[in-house]
Design a protein around this ligand. Structure first.
Ligand SMILES: [Cu+2]
Length: 102
């Protein structure tokens, strides 16, 4: 395999899938996202309202705990390593959604 092709393939596999998620007064939108095991993810959470308790994002299974400032996209990078469900939720675990890892 030549160098250019190798470099291209490395780059192609390293590009994460981007998923945009909103936090509004109804909670997380979308509340369900299908993803693939082993596929690198770039989740971009944007809180668009103050009428929510979800001012903090917690993804226990990915060891993520981040503040969600109003109207500021917050990026989360990780790769699901097993199939099943990964929940994303507010700091109090009230508003939530789930990544379905297949
Ligand atoms: Cu909450």
């Amino acid at each position: 395999m030549n160098f250019a092709l190798t470099a291209f393939l490395l780059l192609a596999t390293a590009v994460p899938r981007t998923v945009n998620l909103k936090v509004d007064s109804n909670g997380f939108e979308p509340a369900k996202v299908r993803v693939k095991k082993g596929e690198p993810l770039k989740l971009i959470f944007t809180r668009t309202t103050d009428q929510t308790c979800a001012k903090k994002l917690v993804i226990k299974d990915a060891s993520v705990s981040k503040d969600l400032p109003l109207n500021k996209p917050v990026e989360v990078h990780f790769t699901p390593v097993k199939t099943g469900e990964i929940r994303y939720a507010c700091g109090m675990d009230m508003a939530s959604g789930v990544l379905l890892v297949e």
